[in-house]
Design a protein around this ligand. Structure first.
Ligand code: HEM
Length: 508
């Protein structure tokens, strides 16, 4: 049949019709083979979403969420693993909670290492340093990193794995975490008292201030975290470091997907690198305020002879990883809160009022474990604004977990599209549901999850107890940027923000 069509077109359409005709025939045969015959011959292989133009790469980079949703609809929402072809290789998607649990359990450390190795190398750390990072020392005598910090590395783990221990020891509740949290809390509280950042658009006669919510969440939270991680000297060296990191952050996906011509992102990345390089060259006493994690990273990387430029790249990665998501959670939580006066009032007269009566250490403990409504508002912001993309977890192939689709599954969540701030207060068990994955899982489970929640809750409680809050623009609710492929949370689309009037409350 195909042959007779070709003959007819060539004979009656003239010789020039032969080229497009052959192409058409090739495409039809390819589709028939790849998406009909092959799946019948290999019934246990995940099915692939059919395509005409070779690969889903363009569509995936432009709107990852859209193509994954389209695939799920195509496969009738059965939540079976499926595949897409991106950049010449197959990506497998796993979206049922059970498959995800199994995947995290079975993904070998080695294969996760390969992904983190690639990401670190793409970021700009030399191949030689990446190799050293993953090279296990042959003996205790050869274990320069552990010796440099006087650590007992009995299993002779490579530095990359020691790093994961350093992150956990800094950010999972314990003495190091408490010290960091106290600093973060003090910075946020002081900023909220003053409201003097660039996010303030104007000050009214009655002392109230008009602020940009997006800029406020960014500046207040990133400033607090940068000071807690690096001491004050980093911000002193480059007062624009937050802008630089945000400018990089906005288009950082272009680095991971190797998009050509991303000049402004690369320039911002270069400015970040210059800042961390200069910071590293300061005498040690000027870097005294840095947290233990940062100090251990520097000492161990120097011990295994990383060039200073690579250590500076590693510090830029720290800046990126610690700040790319949390302000977005705060932005969405507050944007929803100001739309719902009843919820705002419930919080103010309940958990916020109770928190305001506590001394600092009781206050931080109270936020961590006694605020079901604030916790619910935070978790709902993560559920609704998580992007599709997780890091690829290679088992025998590259597998991704489209978190967003799990968070938007009606069978699990009911009205999944609705932002319901009280959802997790009514049903706290859902906080540990395997269908809720804002912080990823497995070997790369986010170590910053406790700090992230604390940052957002500190900001909300301090704002609500010090100010009456009113939305003053008549723009609709800000639209989320569903298109940009980020790992973690979506921000708002360009130009989407909320202007707030913050009026000091009489008692405060
Ligand atoms: C609401 C805020 C946050 C969200 C939604 C979030 C989400 C995530 C996710 C999804 C991953 C896994 C990425 C992957 O495997 O592809 C991750 C990893 C990571 N996060 Fe977070 N994160 C948040 C806040 C933080 C904070 C505050 C810090 C540090 C202060 C942090 C530090 C890290 C680090 C270091 C990793 C890499 C872990 C590894 O590869 O071993 N995150 N985060």
């Amino acid at each position: 049949m195909i042959l007779s069509t070709v003959l007819a077109l060539v004979l009656y359409g003239g010789p020039f019709a032969a080229i497009p005709t052959c192409l058409l025939v090739f495409l039809i045969s390819f589709r028939l083979w790849a998406f009909t015959i092959k799946p019948i011959l290999n019934p246990n292989e995940p099915k692939e979403l059919p395509y005409w133009i070779p690969s889903h790469a363009l569509e995936f980079v432009k709107n990852g969420d859209g193509v994954i949703t389209r695939a799920q609809k195509y496969f009738k929402n059965q939540r079976e693993p499926f595949a897409l072809t991106v950049g010449g290789q197959k990506l497998y998607f796993v979206s049922s909670p059970d498959d995800t649990v199994a995947l995290y359990r079975n993904s070998a450390t080695l294969s996760v290492d390969k992904v983190v190795y690639d990401v670190t190398n793409i970021f700009g750390v030399s191949k030689a340093s990446c190799d050293k990072f993953y090279e296990a020392p042959e003996s205790r005598d050869a274990d320069l990193a552990a010796q440099a910090i006087d650590m007992n590395n009995a299993d002779l783990k490579p530095l990359a794995h020691l790093n994961m221990i350093f992150w956990k020891e800094q950010l999972v509740p314990g003495p190091r975490y408490n010290e960091m949290l106290a600093k973060v809390s003090a910075s946020i509280s002081s900023q909220v008292h003053k409201l003097s950042g660039r996010y303030t658009r104007s000050t009214e006669k009655d002392g109230s201030k008009i602020v940009s919510l997006l800029e406020l969440t960014r500046e207040v939270l990133i400033d607090a975290v940068l000071r807690a991680f690096f001491g004050d000297s980093l911000m002193e060296l480059n007062p624009n470091v937050i802008d630089d990191s945000m400018q990089f952050d906005k288009e950082s996906w272009k680095l991971w997907y190797k998009v050509a011509g991303a000049r402004s992102m690369l320039q911002a990345k270069q400015r970040l690198l210059e800042t961390t390089q200069t910071w590293l060259s300061l005498p040690e006493e000027r870097r005294e305020g840095a947290c233990d994690l940062v100090k251990r990273l520097i000492v161990t990387e120097r011990a295994v002879h990383f060039p200073e430029k690579d250590i500076a790249e590693m510090m830029s990665i720290v800046i990126f990883a610690t700040n790319t998501n949390t302000y977005k959670a705060a932005f969405w939580a507050l944007a929803h809160l100001v739309e719902d006066p009843q919820l705002l009032q419930r919080l103010r007269s309940g958990e916020v009022a109770a928190a305001a009566k506590l001394d600092e250490s009781e206050y931080l403990q109270f936020l961590a474990d006694s605020c079901p409504l604030l916790t619910s508002l935070f978790a709902e912001s993560l559920r609704v604004y998580t992007n599709s993309h997780s890091k690829m977890i290679p088992v025998n192939a590259r597998v991704m977990v489209p978190y967003r689709q799990m968070h938007m599954h009606d069978v699990v969540w009911g009205d999944s599209q609705v932002f319901d701030a009280e959802r997790f207060e009514r049903n706290p068990k859902m906080l540990s549901s395997t269908s809720l994955r804002p912080f990823g899982g497995g070997h790369t489970y986010c170590p910053g999850r406790f700090l992230a929640k604390a940052e957002v809750l500190i900001l909300i409680t301090r704002l609500l107890s010090l100010y009456d809050i009113e939305k003053i623009d008549d723009k609709g609710f800000p639209q989320a940027d569903l298109g940009t492929p980020v790992a973690g949370l979506m921000g708002p689309l360009d130009g989407e923000d909320v202007l707030l009037k913050l009026t000091p409350r009489l008692h405060s």
